[in-house]
Ligand binder design. Sequence first.
Ligand code: KIV
Ligand code: NA
Length: 265
Amino acid sequence: DKPVTLFELGKMRADGRKISMLTCYDASFAALLDRTGVDVALVGDSLGNVLQGQKSTLPVTIEHMVYHTECVGRGSKRTFVVADMPFGSYQESPAQALRNAARLMAAGANMVKLEGGAFMAETIHFLVERGVPVCAHIGLTPQSVHQLGGYRVQGRSEAGAAQLKADALALEQAGAALMVMEMVPASVARDVTASLTSMATIGIGAGPDCDGQVLVLHDMIGVYPGKKARFVKNFMIGATSIDEAVENYVRAVKDGSFPAPEHCY
Ligand code: KIV
Ligand code: NA
């Protein structure tokens, strides 16, 4: 199969074909995502929780992210690889962000992801102009967990929803091509998605009306021992292999049956 490109992801958004994304941290699972039809492999800093046993993503370093991006890059032939910029690796300045983004791109990423709203627009513009595609991330941004006061739904109030909408527009104008929305009421995510003209939205706990969906791999195969969030579905139930579970996830994202109302806020 042809490699998934940013151009193809833009066409999928324009055609109303859903984008399927899963996290991935190593070459074996990268090959699995490749052969099961996942569009985007996200080397998420959730590897702090999932692989390292940390309580948050804050201790994850750029060296950790480079190592896992290399692993995933070697296993991926078709999927589009996005790598998270870890806490403290991009907030200081656009120059700092470019220096660290370049390490992830050299390691095998096709795009970098960073957390934050309109205040990150200048940095995103700086990266995109210099050839680094960017995925934004708003709503529940885990690197800000101590600022947000826990892992809670974001944008529930009218003011909060308006803020998310303004942030999304600023990020789109800055040149972000994708944007993750995490733990946002489904109605708000639908409004935000409808208000955009080019940037594709990828939801996690953000309802069915985003342009795509993402889950943490270890959550959706029931391996992560932590508390299961409302938005997680265990796709191993009813599947006889991990390949089949991931294929079922891809199909459910594509046909709009995941997320169901019980996974939404
Ligand atoms: O690190 C991660 O896994 C993420 C996804 C939850 C979007 O950022
Ligand atoms: Na992340």
